[in-house]
Each structure stands twice: as C-alpha cells, then as structure tokens.
Design a protein around this ligand. Structure first.
Ligand SMILES: [Zn+2]
Ligand SMILES: [Zn+2]
Length: 143
C-alpha cells in the first residue's frame, strides 16, 4: 500500500483492539482508502472476494466498524437503513445529494450553507460539533 504511515496506524489500532493483523483486515482498509465513494459493507466484501482473498462478511463488518471508531472512515446513514462507508482521512468535510431512483450519491460543499449553519447555531448559543446535510431527489440522468 502506498501510504505506510496509514498502514502502521491501522496496525497499531488492531493491536490495541486485540485483533490479529491479517491480509483480510488490511484489504478492508485498502478498499476504503481507494476513496471510490460510498460503499456498503457488501460492496467491500465483494471487492475483496474479487481479489481472491478469502474473507467473511463478519470480518468485513467488524473491520469497517473499527475504521469508523478510529477515524479512518465515515459511516453514513442515507435513510434507507443501509450503512455506507467512505474514507475520512484526507477527505475534507462535504455533504451529499442522494438520487431516490438510482441511489447515486453526489458530494457537494457550499460555503454559504456552512456559514449559515454556524450562524444559526451561534444564535442559539449552541456549540456546533458536526452536521449531516443530505438532499434527496432525482438526479439528472433519472429525470
Ligand atoms: Zn439517479
Ligand atoms: Zn461522501
């Protein structure tokens, strides 16, 4: 893997969690770090199987969980009850538009929206720690 520091950090995390460092767990990290969007646990499982690495769904799921807990990945809830995962490291904050037809996810950042959210919370003397902004609709291709 290209990023050795990342790999070493992940190995430290596995040790801390009392888990063995296995090619399977490293493969889960690699699939997430490819940064190819918003993957379901099943997508990661299939991607690893295609690489002819034997892995169980439970291992994939548990490893994704660890990646989220330790800040390597974000877990998204897009309202359909299916968790999606995306890389968090080196991936700045962004929000999502979700197509109700094909399920496509479009990422966006809008400085004005970010600013307005901060202003609104400030008015309420509310200390904003994070936000989730999701827009649901029909994408260009599906219209
Ligand atoms: Zn669509
Ligand atoms: Zn995203």
């Amino acid at each position: 893997m290209a990023n050795n520091k990342l790999l070493n950090d992940f190995k430290d995390v596995l040790r801390k969690e009392g888990l063995k460092i296995t090619p399977q767990r490293i493969a889960v990290l690699e699939e997430i770090m490819k940064g190819e969007g918003h993957l379901e646990s099943e997508d990661v499982y299939m991607a690893i199987k295609v690489r002819k690495t034997h892995v169980s769904r439970a291992t994939v799921y548990r490893t994704l969980d660890i990646l989220v807990q330790h800040g390597f990945a974000r877990k998204l809830n897009l309202g359909d009850g299916r968790a999606r995962y995306e890389r968090k490291i080196d991936s700045p904050h962004h929000d999502h538009m979700i197509c109700n037809d094909c399920g496509k996810i479009i990422e966006f950042v809008n400085d004005e929206i970010e600013k307005i959210q901060e202003e609104i919370t400030k008015q309420q003397q509310f200390k904003l720690q994070q936000h989730i902004h999701q827009l649901f609709g029909i994408c260009k291709e599906c219209q």
